[in-house]
Design a protein around this ligand. Structure first.
Ligand code: GUN
Length: 345
């Protein structure tokens, strides 16, 4: 690849510079094409439409898939997420109900609630919103959920099914990441995939899903040596760390696909300037609302990546869409109905 010397325009960081780098070389080859934006809002709407059609088909045989959501206490972020889950259930034609035990609920009380939901035939999916209060034994609660109704895919039996490539329920956010890649025709087999973050909810299952589709997968974490260098190997880079804008352009191979799972709310002007200075649209929102969202990926990465998920409007909307898909899938699996193409993933 030949070196080129480029006069870069002023970026949203207000940086005007003249740099010689492979990045600029690629940008020159791409004719200054910005990264392709992978529109999660659009993909989630497609999935919801498919789930709505599946729910209608099930209704013809007298089945209305039912989702029970358990929200303990008053975590404001969890309340927002759960409202979204219940609203979406209604929109796609699922039955849903919410259980809201007090913050003081004990492990035993929550076990009794979950066991009651396990026994009810009209409930196909059970979701216990995390995090649970510190005094509750979360692992015990997740283990109590009937694996056939575990629409979060957190039960060890579903984790085992995923790692041994058996049909089961797959965690929603990782499943959503795979839908973004598939529906955007991003190749996976044979590609180098790097996942930053090793949580049970996102990092580990997304790594397993990528491996199951024949990517060469590296999982990074807080003890990984020379993280930027490892990340630069990635054809597909998944950031699921929970730290605002940590992945900067020096972590990214030019042309790579970058999937940003982070959703971090920033309220501080200095932080805002670090990410969005000069971005008029963001400034307007920030001034009006006093906050804005940034992912784990710095917005400057859009200048290097080949394709990238935005925040908001990237992976976020897929989490709820895949919960809807998992609830229909659970309803089908529990009744021995053939699982449609979408739900098998
Ligand atoms: N808290 C944050 N993400 C999730 C999720 O995917 N499922 C549940 N149950 N709780 C969460």
């Amino acid at each position: 690849m030949s070196e080129v010397r480029e006069e870069r325009p002023t970026t949203h960081r207000g940086v005007r510079d003249t740099i010689e780098s492979p990045v600029n070389s690629l940008q020159a080859q791409r004719g200054w094409m910005p990264a392709r934006i992978l529109d999660g809002t659009k993909i989630a709407a497609e999935i919801r439409a498919e789930v709505t059609a599946q729910a209608k088909a099930l209704a013809l045989s007298g089945v209305r898939p039912g989702l029970a959501v358990v929200l303990v206490g008053h975590n404001p972020a969890s309340e927002v997420y759960v409202r979204g889950k219940v609203k979406s259930s209604e929109e796609v034609g699922l039955y849903s109900e919410q259980h809201t035990p007090a913050e003081s609920a004990t492990t035993e009380e929550l076990l009794a609630l979950v066991e009651g939901l396990n026994r009810r035939d009209e409930i196909d999916g059970i979701l216990v919103q995390l995090p649970l209060p510190a005094h509750v034994d979360s692992k015990k609660i997740l283990l109590a959920v009937d694996p056939a109704k575990d629409v979060d895919g957190f039960h060890p039996m579903n984790v085992g099914y995923l790692s041994t490539q058996r049909p089961g329920l797959v965690p929603c956010t990782p499943a959503g990441v795979m839908e973004i890649l598939r529906r955007s025709q991003i190749p996976i087999a044979g590609q180098e995939a790097v996942v930053v973050g090793r949580s049970d909810i996102v990092g580990k299952p997304v790594a397993m899903l990528l491996l199951n589709q024949n990517a060469t997968v590296t999982v990074c974490h807080s003890k990984t040596r020379d993280l930027p260098e490892v990340c630069r190997r990635a054809d597909i880079l998944v950031a699921a760390i929970g730290r605002a804008g940590m992945v900067t352009s020096d972590y990214v191979k030019p042309g790579a696909t970058v999937i940003d799972v982070g959703i971090n709310r920033i309220t501080d002007q200095k932080e805002f300037d670090r990410f969005f200075r000069g971005d008029k649209k963001r400034e307007e929102t920030f001034l009006a609302k006093g906050s804005t969202l940034v992912g784990d990926v710095h917005p400057e990465v859009a200048e290097v990546a080949g394709a990238i998920t935005p925040v908001p409007g990237g992976v976020g909307p897929l989490t709820i869409a895949m919960l809807m898909a998992n609830t229909v899938k659970a309803a089908m699996l529990r009744r021995g109905t053939a699982v449609a193409e979408l739900s098998r993933r």
